[in-house]
Unconditional design. Sequence first.
Length: 191
Amino acid sequence: MFRLPASVRARTIAWTGAGSLVIFAVLRGLNGYGDLSPWKTWPDATRDIESFLNVTKYPPSPDYVLVTLGISLLIFLVIERLPEMVSRPLTTFGRTPLFTYIAHFLVLHCLQIAVGLSLGYPLRIFQNYVATAVGVMFASGSLPEVVRLGWGFPLWGTYLVWLTVVALVYPLSRWFDRVKQSRQDWWLRYL
């Protein structure tokens, strides 16, 4: 679909994205097939919408796939028309998805350790995260000690951390994108 001529591609993507969202709305509205957890009506519209959109991500339900792909395809049409300065980082992340995913964990955990140490927390409480940053992608099932101590940020702080991680990961992803373009090793396609 993405290799079609521009006019045909845009029309096909628009119809596929919109169609996915319509099918999602119908399936979710029927409240039967499509997701394991049915949505419920609440006294206020906000909670109704939240319940309607609360679909199962793991394992991905058909409703989850339809709504995420539908929205993603429509966003693609918008991104395709953005100036290159804005779309270049998004394209870079799109060309290096697994590398970016792994790099963001490493950067996030290193940033967490740095912030925790600067706030006066001892290094010992980050030992799970040091192991995670070295290569073990998932920490133990128990709550990290930093959570038990009440350490955290408000929502605006979470967005600030997200922007910081994206800004720090971008140069790494850009470097790896250049590596992928300059080499033809088969295994690079998977990163």
